[in-house]
Design a protein around this ligand. Structure first.
Ligand SMILES: [Fe+2]
Length: 373
């Protein structure tokens, strides 16, 4: 019953500012496992900085490298075994959504080695964490918002499955825009649009309330006002900081309210269409808004709070971002064959469809898929 309520649970601590990575220097503990992605962090100076800060605080550390792609059961299990060998009292995830979600899931198995991820599928069924370690998340993209949410996505038996636990909300979140400076423009664009859609869909969610709407609008506004600017001047640290802040605010909102039809589509399609999550969202934002606006006034209210005159202004903004980064505005060329009726049914059944302000229909989704193919 408690978990049916729209609850906002915050990280214990959030540090926001250029240079805030130095917070690592003041961690208290004995041993840390640092989980990172494939290349960029290793090539940048920031991994060395983290290592230096941990050494200063006399924390022994181990780096688990090469986390990439969507987390799956096998990769999570392997990393949890490594954590069991290292026995850290801090798990530090530094990277994009895949790294942060992997950190949450591998940590939960490290804490509960006799359990399997399949057992955690029922929302809020993960046992208590923090018996062995605490969690620190440091995002290097401005989009997914995983650093403040209670969920992590994992592919289980071929299906992308959200694992939901309030224990996933970290002990410390470090938002240092320096770490997002080297991001390729395409990644900034798709993760930025993802963050925007978190704010938009949280605002329109059937679970939203006055407080979540404040976060949703503030987050979406920061993304709307700064994403294009960041693409045109990727070294502008102030703009990058605003994107990171916007992504976190949208993340707080969506963590409390879930999202809606746009995410229902991009989750279900991701196993058949090889486009990044945010890029898929970009294709479906306008069609889903047009579908929702027929029965829900939440879309108009959101646009009004954002000082956006009408849907066409938003459509133009998305198109410009896609043009700057040469992102395709159709999904057909990136897709494996699939049955449109079956896929539309899967989308209607997706957990995010439950909080869409208008009931999704197979016919409605099918026509959006045809229109954007
Ligand atoms: Fe998303």
């Amino acid at each position: 019953m408690l978990n049916m309520l729209s609850r906002i649970i915050y990280p214990k601590e959030m540090v926001i500012k250029k240079g805030s990575l130095i917070r690592i220097k003041f961690l208290i503990g004995k041993k840390a496992a640092i989980l990172i992605g494939r290349d960029s962090l290793q090539k940048s100076e920031y991994l060395q900085k983290i290592e230096k800060y941990l050494s200063t605080s006399k924390i022994e550390y181990f780096v688990i490298k090469g986390i990439s792609g969507d987390p799956c059961e096998k990769s999570i299990l392997e990393i949890s075994h490594q954590l069991n060998e290292i026995k850290p009292d801090w798990v530090i995830g530094v990277g994009g959504g895949s790294v942060m979600d992997t950190a949450k899931l591998a940590w939960s198995l490290y804490e509960n080695p006799k359990m399997s991820l399949l057992k955690f599928q029922t929302p809020f069924s993960t046992p208590e964490l923090r018996k062995k370690a605490k969690l620190c998340l440091i995002p290097t993209t401005s989009g997914i918002g995983s650093e403040v949410t209670n969920s992590a996505l994992v592919t289980l038996k071929g299906i992308k499955t959200p694992i939901i636990s309030n224990c996933f909300i970290p002990d410390i979140v470090i938002l240092d825009p320096n770490l997002t400076l080297n991001l390729p423009n395409k990644v900034t664009a798709s993760t930025g649009i993802d963050a925007f859609s978190h704010g938009l869909e949280s605002y329109c969610s059937t679970l939203s309330n006055s407080l979540t709407k404040v976060y949703a609008v503030a987050g979406a506004k920061l993304i709307f006002e700064n994403l294009k600017k960041a693409l045109l001047d990727p070294e502008d640290i102030i703009t990058k900081e605003k994107l990171l802040y916007g992504s976190m605010l949208s993340g707080l909102a969506q963590g409390a309210t879930s999202v809606g039809g746009v995410h229902a589509m991009s989750h279900s399609l991701s196993s058949n269409i090889s486009l990044p999550h945010g890029h898929l969202n970009a294709l479906f934002i306008i069609p889903i808004l047009k579908f929702n606006i027929i029965e829900s006034d939440s879309v108009t209210k959101f646009l009004k709070e954002m000082s956006i005159n009408d849907i066409n202004v938003l459509d133009k903004w998305i198109s410009e971002i896609m043009q700057i980064c040469k992102l395709n505005n159709r999904w057909g060329n990136f897709s494996r064959d699939f049955n449109l009726d079956d896929m539309s049914q899967n989308i209607v059944n997706d957990i995010c469809a439950r909080t869409n302000p208008r009931k999704l229909t197979v016919e409605g989704i099918k026509s959006i898929l045809e229109e954007t193919r």
